[in-house]
Write a protein that binds this ligand. Structure first.
Ligand code: 13P
Ligand code: SF4
Length: 311
C-alpha cells in the first residue's frame, strides 16, 4: 500500500515537472480515475486531447484512444502505459479487408466508430463515437448510401433508431457481447425496482429489454438524473466508480457475463494499465504512440469532421 502511495505521489510530481496531463477513460481502475486530470468517454477524451496545451498527454485507456490523441496533436508526446492495451473491436476490422469491403460499395459514404486503427480512420469519411453516432448519421441526407463499421451491434442499433439501412461491417467487442441476458433477466426479477442501463455495443436482445441505451457518458448522466435508486449496468464495470461518486446513495449492480466465475465484466485491455506503468511511461517517455504522417493527414479529416459536428 505504501509503495503504491509513493508511486502515486512520484507520478503526480513528475507530471507537474514535465507539463503532462493524464486523461482516463471511464473503464480504468478507480485509483487511476481518481488522479486523472480528466475522465471521460471516447468523444470527451478526443475533445480534451485536441484542446490541451500540455506538452505530454498520458492516455489511460486503450491504443486507439492514444492514436486519436496523437492524430489530433502530432506535435505533442502521447504516452500509453501498456502497448498491449488494444481493443477486440478495433482488431475485428483489419485495414486490408476493410479496404476491399468498401470497394464493393463505391457510392457509399464510410462512417467508422472511433474504436478502430488509424488506417481505418484514414479510409473513412467521418468518425463517430457512441455519444454522437445518431447525430452524425442523421446529418447525412436520407438518400445518401452509408457503410458503418466496425461494430455490428452499434450499427444495428443506429439503423433501428434512424430508420436507415446502413451496410454493416461484422465486428464486435468481446466484453459487450459476453453479457448474459438470462442472468440479467434473473437480476431484474430479484430487483424489480432496478433500471437496466446498456451500452449499444451489447447484443440486440439485451438492448431491447434495457431501460436506457447509451455511451458511457450518457449512461452516467442517466444514472444521476433519473429518479430510480437502483441500476443494473451492462457495460464495462469501471463506469460504476463515477456512478457511485455522482450518486452515493444509489445502488449500482454490474451486469454479469455468461461465464460462471465472474460477477462483473471487465475489459482485459483497459485493465492492463496500472499506477506503476503510468509512472514508468512518464519517467522514460515510453511507450509513445506514433502515427505515420501519410496516414495521419488522412485520418485527421474524419476525426475533425466529427469534432465539428459534435461541438
Ligand atoms: P464510450 O465512447 O461510450 O466511452 O465507449 C468506449 C468503449 O470502448 C466502449 O467499449
Ligand atoms: Fe474495446 Fe470492448 Fe475494451 Fe471497449 S470494452 S476498449 S470496445 S475491447
Amino acid at each position: 500500500c505504501d509503495k503504491i502511495e509513493n508511486i502515486r505521489e512520484e507520478f503526480l510530481k513528475l507530471k507537474k515537472e514535465k507539463n503532462a496531463v493524464l486523461m482516463a477513460h471511464f473503464y480504468q481502475e478507480d485509483d487511476i480515475q481518481d488522479i486523472a486530470d480528466f475522465v471521460g468517454d471516447s468523444l470527451a477524451l478526443a475533445q480534451y486531447a485536441s484542446k490541451t496545451d500540455a506538452d505530454i498527454i498520458i492516455v489511460a485507456g486503450v491504443h486507439f484512444m492514444g492514436e486519436t490523441a496523437k492524430i489530433l496533436s502530432p506535435e505533442k508526446t502521447v504516452l500509453i502505459p501498456d502497448l498491449n492495451a488494444g481493443c477486440s473491436l478495433a482488431d475485428s476490422c483489419p485495414p486490408d479487408e476493410f479496404e476491399e469491403f468498401i470497394k464493393n460499395y463505391p457510392e457509399h459514404k464510410v462512417i467508422t466508430y472511433v474504436n478502430t486503427s488509424a488506417k481505418i480512420k484514414a479510409l473513412s469519411d467521418v468518425v463517430v463515437t457512441s455519444t454522437n453516432a445518431k447525430a452524425i448519421v442523421d446529418s447525412f441526407d436520407k438518400e445518401e448510401k452509408l457503410i458503418f463499421g466496425p461494430d455490428r451491434n452499434l450499427g444495428n442499433y443506429i439503423n433501428g433508431i434512424t430508420g436507415r439501412e446502413m451496410v454493416l461491417w461484422n465486428g464486435a467487442c468481446h466484453v459487450h457481447e459476453k453479457f448474459s441476458l438470462e442472468k440479467i433477466l434473473d437480476l431484474k426479477k430479484e430487483h424489480p425496482d432496478a433500471k437496466l442501463l446498456a451500452h449499444p455495443e451489447c447484443k440486440k436482445p439485451l438492448l431491447m429489454v434495457a431501460d436506457h441505451v447509451g455511451s458511457t457518458a450518457a449512461l452516467l448522466k442517466y444514472s444521476f438524473t433519473d429518479n430510480a435508486n437502483k441500476f443494473i449496468v451492462a457495460t464495462e464495470s469501471g463506469i460504476l466508480h463515477q456512478m457511485r461518486i455522482k450518486s452515493p446513495n444509489k445502488t449500482f449492480i454490474p451486469a454479469p457475463p455468461n461465464d460462471s466465475t465472474c460477477a462483473c465484466n471487465d475489459c482485459n485491455f483497459m485493465r492492463l494499465n496500472t499506477m506503476e506503468k503510468l509512472y514508468n511511461a512518464l519517467r522514460y517517455s515510453w511507450p509513445s504512440v506514433e502515427v505515420e504522417e501519410s496516414i495521419r493527414v488522412k485520418a485527421v479529416k474524419p476525426i475533425e469532421r466529427m469534432l465539428d459536428i459534435s461541438e
